[in-house]
Design a protein around this ligand. Structure first.
Ligand SMILES: C[S@@+](CC[C@H](N)C(=O)[O-])C[C@H]1O[C@@H](n2cnc3c(N)ncnc32)[C@H](O)[C@@H]1O
Length: 180
């Protein structure tokens, strides 16, 4: 898995430290191998790791059966069963950028619904400055602003990398935004 990172995403960690937050309810959206969900639970958050993939969710549930404060559910964000206003924070590290362009508005509306007012979305996606042709969709800062600004205040967009198993790490954007 090219996105596999056994550590908490560096940019998220930096932002959590800067904000001095370690409690509240977090959704790790598109949790995959669940490393991020588990590390967030270890930092003190109550975490739900959701994924479209039943096998990923079953695996995460088995591997981390003894981990406190984290649960895993099968959920397609585009038809999400998650409750309105359920989360203080959402981390999306690699889900949004694999969605079809025609599904992006639906995703944004779902995220707006399940985040509390003033809740935060931490989004990591590929940057259109990444030269590799293959892989997920890539975004410029302007595209992100155009897509999300109707329902979110964009707090920061950082030019960064997507830490995983590829060498060099792909260029990425790390976006922090507040639900209006
Ligand atoms: C690039 S992987 C990243 C996994 C994980 N976030 C990490 O950082 O290790 C993207 C994940 O998003 C999930 N995904 C794709 N479309 C989804 C959808 N519509 N709803 C929920 N999860 C989805 C995939 O199954 C996959 O596990």
């Amino acid at each position: 898995m090219p996105w596999y990172n056994e550590n908490l995403d560096y940019d998220l960690e930096e932002e959590l430290n800067r904000r001095e937050i370690s409690s509240g309810k977090f959704l790790d959206l598109g949790t995959g191998p669940a490393t991020q969900a588990v590390l967030l639970a270890k930092r003190g958050f109550k975490v739900i790791g959701s994924d479209l993939s039943e096998s990923a969710v079953n695996r995460a549930g088995n591997v981390y059966a003894n981990q406190k404060n984290v649960d895993f559910i099968v959920d397609d964000i585009l038809n999400s069963k998650l409750k309105e206003g359920e989360f203080d924070y959402i981390f999306d590290r690699g889900c949004f950028h694999v969605l079809l362009p025609t599904d992006r508005q639906r995703y944004i509306i779902k995220i707006k619904q399940i985040l509390k007012e003033n809740g935060t979305l931490f989004l990591k996606c590929f940057n259109n400055k990444e030269p590799r042709q293959e892989g997920p969709y890539k975004f410029s800062q302007k595209e992100i602003r155009d897509l999300f600004s109707k329902y979110f205040r964009i707090d920061s967009i950082k030019e960064t990398v997507y830490q995983g198993t590829l060498d060099p790490f792909p260029k990425a954007l790390f976006v922090v935004m507040t639900r209006l």
